[in-house]
Design a protein around this ligand. Sequence first.
Ligand code: NAD
Ligand code: UFG
Length: 342
Amino acid sequence: MEGDKWMNLLITGGAGYIGSHTVVRLLESGYDVVIVDNYMNSKPEVIKRIERITEKRIKVYEVDLRDSVALEQVFCENHFDGVIHFAGLKAVGESVDFPLDYYDNNVVGTLVLLKVMEKCQVQNIVFSSSATVYGDKNQSPLVETMPLSTTNPYGTTKWMIEEMIKDVTYANPNWSAVNLRYFNPIGAHPSGMIGEDPNGIPNNLMPYITQVAIGKRDYLSVFGNDYDTIDGTGVRDYIHVMDLAEGHLKAFDYTLKHKGCHVFNLGTGKGHSVLEVIRFFEKATKTQIPYQIEKRRPGDIATCYASVNKAEKDLKWKAKFDMFKMCEDAWRWQSKNPNGFE
Ligand code: NAD
Ligand code: UFG
C-alpha cells in the first residue's frame, strides 16, 4: 500500500488460477479489488472460496474484456487506482490449432482494456507475460534484456501485448506499466481451498502429477529423457503461486513510484528436471507416481530458468518457497478437491 492510502484495483481474470491467489494476498494486505472475469476458464465457486479464506466480500462483474461497452460501465461505476491484467487464454498447443481465438481474446481483449483505461484516466497496469517470450534461442539463466522470439501463437500474443503496453507508455508519460514474465507457476494456497483446476486432461506437469496421485490418471508420460540436462529430462523454473502473488503486490507498488514500462522475471532462479519434480512430490506427499518415458513433446526446450537479479534488486522481491512446499500445497489442494471446484 502507498502509505495509508486506500487503493482499489481492477483484477481481470481474477477468478483464474494465478488471479485468485493474488486476490487473496491483495485483500489480506488491505487493498480493495473488483474482479472482471467471463468464467471461460474458471468457475464462480472460486469467488466463494476467496471470500471464505479472507472473510471479505468481493465485487465481481461477469464481463468479457472485449465487450468495450460493458467494460467502460465497470470503470464508470468504480474508481480504480490501477489494473492487474491476468485475463487471457494460455494453452500453447491450443493456440497452434486456433491462433485466431488467441489473437482475438488476448490481443483484442488487452487493446480494449488499454483504450478504456486511457479514456477513464487509469494509467497503472501490471500485465501477466510469460517466459515463453524468450523463445528457444537464449541460454538460461534468462535475463530481461535478452532478444525475444516465440515458437507458438500464445507466445506471440504475450510479446505483442508487451509491445503494445510499451508503446502506450512511450506515447503518454503518465502511464506506469510492469510486464511480469512468469516462469512455471505451481502449488496452491496453503488452506487447500483454491488451486489450479484445469479443464480436461492437464497439459502441465504438476496438475498431471497430482491427478496421477489421486488415481484419476494411471501414469505420467515423461516427454523425453535425451535432453542435455542433469538426467535427460526437461528442466524448468517452478515457482510457488503464492510467491508469484506476492510479486504482483511489489509490481503494483513499483508502478506507483516509477513511470514508464518495466519488465521483470518472476522465477526462483533454480531449475528442476521432471524426474526431480517426481521425486520431490513423492517425498513431500508420501505417494507413488508411476511414469513412462516417451518421446519429446514438440516445441519443448531442454532448459528454462530465470535470472532473478532484477526483481530482487528493483522490486525487492524474492521467491521464498521451495519445491517441497510447492508439492505439499499442490497435493493438499488436489486431495481435498478431487474434482477441482465442481
Ligand atoms: P487461468 O485460465 O486460470 O485464468 C485466466 C482467467 O481469465 C480465467 O478465469 C478466465 O475465465 C479469464 N478470462 C479469459 N479470457 C477472458 C476475457 N476475454 N474476458 C474476461 N475474462 C477472461 O490462467 P492463469 O494460469 O491464472 O494465468 C493467468 C495469466 O498468466 C494468463 O494471462 C496466462 O497467459 C499468464 N501465464 C500463465 C502461466 C501458467 O503457467 N499458469 C505462465 C505464464 C503466464
Ligand atoms: N512434462 C512432462 N509430462 C507432462 C507434462 C509436462 O514430461 O505430462 C514436462 C515437459 O516436457 C517440460 C516440463 O514437464 O519439460 C514442464 O512442462 P509444462 O507443460 O508444465 O510447462 P512448460 O514449461 O512447457 O510451459 C509453461 C506454460 C507456458 C509458459 C511456460 C513458461 O504452460 O504457458 O511455462 O512460463 F509459457
